[in-house]
Design a protein around this ligand. Structure first.
Ligand SMILES: Cc1ncc(COP(=O)(O)O)c(C=O)c1O
Ligand SMILES: N[C@H](C=O)CCC(=O)O
Length: 422
C-alpha cells in the first residue's frame, strides 16, 4: 500500500481527534488506511488497494457492503423523510419481527447504539430489583459506559486500558468481575453478594476477546445460578444477535435470558441498539414506568428500514445456513493450514465468526491474554499487504458476510498460507 493519501490524512486527523480516530480500535499503527468505497466483500483504500473485508465494520455488515435491497429501502425511506420525532409504522413492524425471533423479548425499546442498549438494560435491572451491583464477565465488552468499562475487552484490552480512567470508584466497585466459563466463580460472586446483585451481564459467546465459546453447560449453568439467586440474566447479543441464528446465541444454545441487548446487524449497517426483555421488566420503562430512557434518534427510520431489509434477506434466503457452512469450511481449511505449517495456533469460532489465536484456544480472558499479541499484529500487517483486512487485534472477532463467495474465500486461504509464518 502506498502511504500518500492515508498517511497525509492521518497527520491532519491526529491534530483534530484523539489518536486521529473516532473509535480507538481504528488507530492502526503507524497510520490507518482510509476507505474510498465499499462493495460486497471488498473495501477500496484511498490508495486504490482492494481489500477483502473480514472486519465488516465490527460485525453489522452481514450481507456485505451496499447490498441492493438495503440500499433500495434506505433510499425509499430518505425520500419519505429521515427523522420525524414521532412514532413510525416501521418501528412497530420491526419490533414485531424481533419479538418473534427472541422468546426472551416480550417488549423492547429501540435506541441508537449497543452502548445505550446495555446501559438501559442495567438500569432496568437495577430499577426492577432495587439492587446496585452487577456481575460482568472479564473481557466482555458492552460498550463505552461507566458500569462496564472494568476489565473490558475489545479496544480497551488491545490498547491496555481495560479499566478506564474516569470511572468513579463507587461505580466500579458495583461491577463484580467473574471469569468466563467458570460457574464456580459465578456462584461465589452471587453467594458472596447475596441479595445485592441486580444482574449478570454477559456476551453468550465472548466476542470481544476473540471469540471464545461457551463450554458445554456454561450458559445453562449461568441461567440456573441466576434463577437460584433471584438475579436477572442479561445476554448482550450485540455481536451474536441475527448472526449465530435469527434468534441469536440464545436460540443456538437453547438458553433464555431475562433481558437481551441487540445492535449491529439489526440496523443493517446504520446506528441502532435494542434493549428488550420480559413484559414486567420493560413495563417499568418510561413512560409506562419510572425507569427513564430517552433519545432523539431512538427508532431512527433509516436504521429501521435498513434493519427490515436485512431481516428480509436473512429470513427469506436461508442466508444464515449458507453462512454457517462457509464458516465451518473456512475454519476447517484454516486448521489444516495451521497443522501443515506445524504451528501451535488455534482456530476458534462458530457460525460465521472465526479467529486464529496465536497460542492455545483460550477459555477465558486470562488465557486469551497469554496469546502472542505482537505476533498477531505482525501477521495482521502481512495480511493487509496481501489484500485481506482482518480486525487489527488478536482480541477482535473476524466476520464473514453473505457476499464472501467461494473465490473470495479461496483467495483468503491462499493469503493465510503465505502469511501465517513471518
Ligand atoms: C457485545 C457488544 N455489546 C455492546 C457493544 C456496543 O455497541 P455500540 O458500538 O453500537 O455502542 C459492542 C460493540 O461495540 C459489543 O460488541
Ligand atoms: N469490538 C467492538 C465492537 O464489537 C469494536 C467497535 C469499536 O469499538 O469501535
Amino acid at each position: 500500500m502506498t502511504s500518500d493519501a492515508s498517511s497525509q490524512l492521518f497527520e491532519v486527523a491526529k491534530r483534530l481527534m484523539p489518536g486521529g480516530v473516532s473509535s480507538p480500535v481504528r488507530a492502526i499503527s503507524p497510520y490507518p488506511f482510509y476507505v474510498s468505497r465499499a462493495e460486497g466483500p471488498h473495501l477500496w483504500t484511498k490508495e486504490g488497494q482492494r481489500l477483502i473485508d473480514y472486519c465488516l465494520a465490527y460485525g453489522p455488515m452481514i450481507l456485505g457492503h451496499r447490498h441492493p435491497l438495503v440500499m433500495e429501502r434506505v433510499v425509499k425511506q430518505l425520500e419519505q423523510g429521515w427523522l420525524y420525532g414521532t412514532p413510525s409504522e416501521l418501528e412497530v413492524s420491526l419490533a414485531k419481527r424481533i419479538v418473534g425471533h427472541y422468546p426472551s423479548i416480550d417488549m423492547l425499546r429501540f435506541v441508537s447504539t449497543g452502548t445505550e442498549a446495555t446501559m438501559a438494560a442495567l438500569r432496568i435491572a437495577r430499577g426492577y430489583t432495587g439492587r446496585d451491583r452487577i456481575v460482568k464477565v472479564e473481557g466482555g465488552f458492552h460498550g463505552a459506559h461507566d458500569a462496564v468499562l472494568v476489565k473490558a475487552g475489545s479496544g480497551a484490552t488491545t490498547l491496555g486500558v481495560p479499566d478506564s480512567l474516569g470511572v468513579p470508584k463507587d461505580t466500579a466497585k458495583n461491577t463484580i468481575q467473574v471469569p468466563y466459563n467458570d460457574l464456580g466463580a459465578m456462584e461465589a460472586a452471587l453467594t458472596g453478594f447475596d441479595g445485592e446483585v441486580a444482574a449478570v451481564i454477559m456476551e453468550p459467546v465472548l466476542g470481544n476477546i476473540g471469540p471464545v465459546l461457551p463450554e458445554p453447560g456454561y450458559l445453562e449453568g449461568a441461567r440456573r445460578l441466576t434463577e437460584e439467586h433471584g438475579v436477572l440474566l442479561i445476554f448482550d447479543e450485540v455481536i451474536t444477535g441475527f448472526r449465530l441464528s435469527l434468534g441469536g446465541a440464545q436460540a443456538r444454545y437453547g438458553v433464555v435470558p431475562d433481558m437481551t441487548t441487540l445492535g449491529k446487524i439489526i440496523g443493517g449497517g446504520f446506528p441502532i441498539g435494542v434493549v428488550g426483555g420480559r413484559r414486567e421488566l420493560m413495563e417499568m420503562v418510561a413512560p409506562s414506568g419510572g425507569i427513564y430512557q430517552a433519545g432523539t434518534f431512538n427508532g431512527s427510520p433509516v436504521s429501521l428500514a435498513a434493519g427490515m431489509a436485512t431481516l428480509d434477506v436473512l429470513e427469506g434466503e436461508r442466508t444464515l445456513e449458507r453462512l454457517d457452512s462457509v464458516g465451518e469450511d473456512l475454519r476447517k481449511a484454516l486448521a489444516q493450514i495451521v497443522e501443515d505449517l506445524g504451528l501451535s495456533y488455534s482456530v476458534v469460532g462458530t457460525a460465521s465468526i472465526f479467529k486464529i489465536f496465536f497460542g492455545a484456544a483460550p477459555k477465558n480472558y486470562a488465557e486469551a491474554l497469554r496469546c502472542d499479541k505482537a505476533g498477531y499484529l505482525a501477521f495482521f500487517r502481512r495480511m493487509l499487504k496481501a489484500g485481506v483486512f482482518l480486525p487489527p487485534s488478536q482480541y477482535e472477532t473476524n466476520f464473514i458476510s453473505a457476499a464472501h463467495t467461494d473465490d473470495v474465500i479461496n483467495e483468503t486461504l491462499e493469503a493465510y498460507k503465505s502469511n501465517l509464518l513471518g
